[in-house]
Ligand binder design. Sequence first.
Ligand code: SF4
Ligand code: SF4
Length: 100
Amino acid sequence: MKGLEKLKKSPISVSDCTGRQKGGFDRMLIKQKVIINKEKCKGCGYCIEFCNKKNLAFSAGYNQKNFLYPEFTDRENKCNSCALCALMCPEAAIEVYKEK
Ligand code: SF4
Ligand code: SF4
C-alpha cells in the first residue's frame, strides 16, 4: 500500500515508487504524463497487456536492441495515468507523472 499512497501525491515518478533508479531517458516518447524510454524496452508486452484503456500497442519498428516497444494508440487523451504500465514494466522503461 505504500506505493499506492505515493501514487496519490503529485508529481511522482513510478520509478520512485518501485525503488528503481531513473536515468538514461534520453530517447523518450512523451504523451502527457506517461514517458516511455523505448531504448530500455525489451518487448515483453506487459505494459500493453495491462493497460486498462488499451492505449498501448507494439511499434511498427524496432529499438536499437531489435525489440518492438510500446507506442500510444490514441492521441485523444485516453490515458488516465493509472500507472499500471509502469508498475508492470520489468525494465523500468516507463514513468508516469501525476499533474497537480
Ligand atoms: S498510465 Fe494506465 S491508461 Fe495510461 S498508458 Fe499506462 S496503463 Fe494505460
Ligand atoms: S513492460 Fe517495459 S519492457 Fe515490456 S514492452 Fe512494456 S516498456 Fe517494454
